[in-house]
Ligand binder design. Structure first.
Ligand code: SAM
Length: 271
């Protein structure tokens, strides 16, 4: 990994990764519908070597290894995420920046669930991934549509901003969860990286978890967890209690319902 590229993201995800790893079973359960979209695409034809970009704690890598029988490699920039991934085995896990890493083999499928939106030079990153893909191989990734189509995440950002009013607002054009929300930009980035046959398909899913998992989820994941970590330890419990009320609209009959809008993006490496 070079110091020049994505160093802010590496620092961010090394810290955030501890929370993700701590509740990896909850995350696996909540984000399962989006994993299923990738597994469905991966099993449309035989696969031998699959790369999972921004694999995190590796749940999707393992699911694709199981479903396809392919040899799977997960790449991630965050050591804390990978430490959790490696505990499960079932795939090879590599700590490197996917934007610049020089892969020692090619893959016939490159997948990602929410792991490709954080590159500081996305065209260079997708060109690098295309070089790592065998001629005729495929790319398939899941990325968020707009903030407005993902109200749970919007609520989390709003609540976090109210807890940390002096924090700088995120750059809407920089790396971040919604950086591939606009299909035309995604198409330009992929074609700029040498991919062909780009298809961008809207998918809507509702993720669920039992209500009792909302507290561990919010206190380990995303902007609410970051805002809570910034507060003195003694204040975190009462603060969390006060913010839970903001998420009432997502709770029904003991279940949390998280409606989400994503793009499933597919493309091919030229023959
Ligand atoms: C939102 S998380 C998704 C994790 C996992 N794919 C999942 O769905 O549970 C984004 C992941 O992308 C990784 N990531 C961000 N920038 C990266 C880069 N340049 N190279 C490799 N991984 C990166 C982060 O470390 C993090 O694990």
């Amino acid at each position: 990994m070079t110091a020049e590229t994505n160093s802010e993201q590496a620092a961010f995800w090394n810290t955030a990764g501890h929370g993700w790893a701590h509740v990896q079973d909850v995350v696996a359960r909540v984000l399962r519908p989006y994993q299923d979209l990738l597994v469905e695409a991966a099993t449309r034809r035989p696969r031998e070597r699959v790369l999972d970009v921004g694999c995190g704690t590796g749940g999707t890598t393992r699911a694709i290894a199981e479903a396809t029988g392919a040899r799977c490699v997960g790449i991630d920039i965050s050591e804390s995420m990978l430490a959790a991934a490696r505990e499960h085995g079932q795939a090879e896990f590599l700590r490197a920046d996917a934007q610049v890493h020089s892969f020692d083999r090619t893959f016939d499928l490159v997948v990602s669930r929410f792991g490709v939106m954080f590159f500081d030079d996305p065209v260079a990153a997708f060109a690098n991934l295309r070089r790592a893909t065998a001629a005729g191989g495929e790319l398939c990734f899941i990325t968020w549509r707009t903030a407005g189509e993902n109200p749970f995440m919007t609520t989390a950002s709003r609540v976090a901003a109210s807890l940390l009013p002096d924090a700088p607002a995120p750059d809407p054009d920089g790396p971040g969860p919604f950086s591939f929300a606009v299909p035309q930009r995604t198409r330009e980035i992929l074609e700029g990286g040498g991919w062909t046959g780009v298809e961008i398909e809207a998918q809507d899913r509702t993720c669920t978890m039992p209500e009792e998992l909302l507290t561990p989820y919010l206190s380990n994941m995303g902007p609410v967890a970051r805002a809570l970590r910034a507060a003195p330890e003694a204040e975190r419990g009462p603060l969390l209690e006060s913010v839970l009320g903001e998420f009432r609209e997502f709770v029904r009959d003991g279940e949390v319902h998280i409606p989400g809008g994503v793009w499933r993006v597919t493309a091919s490496a030229p023959l």
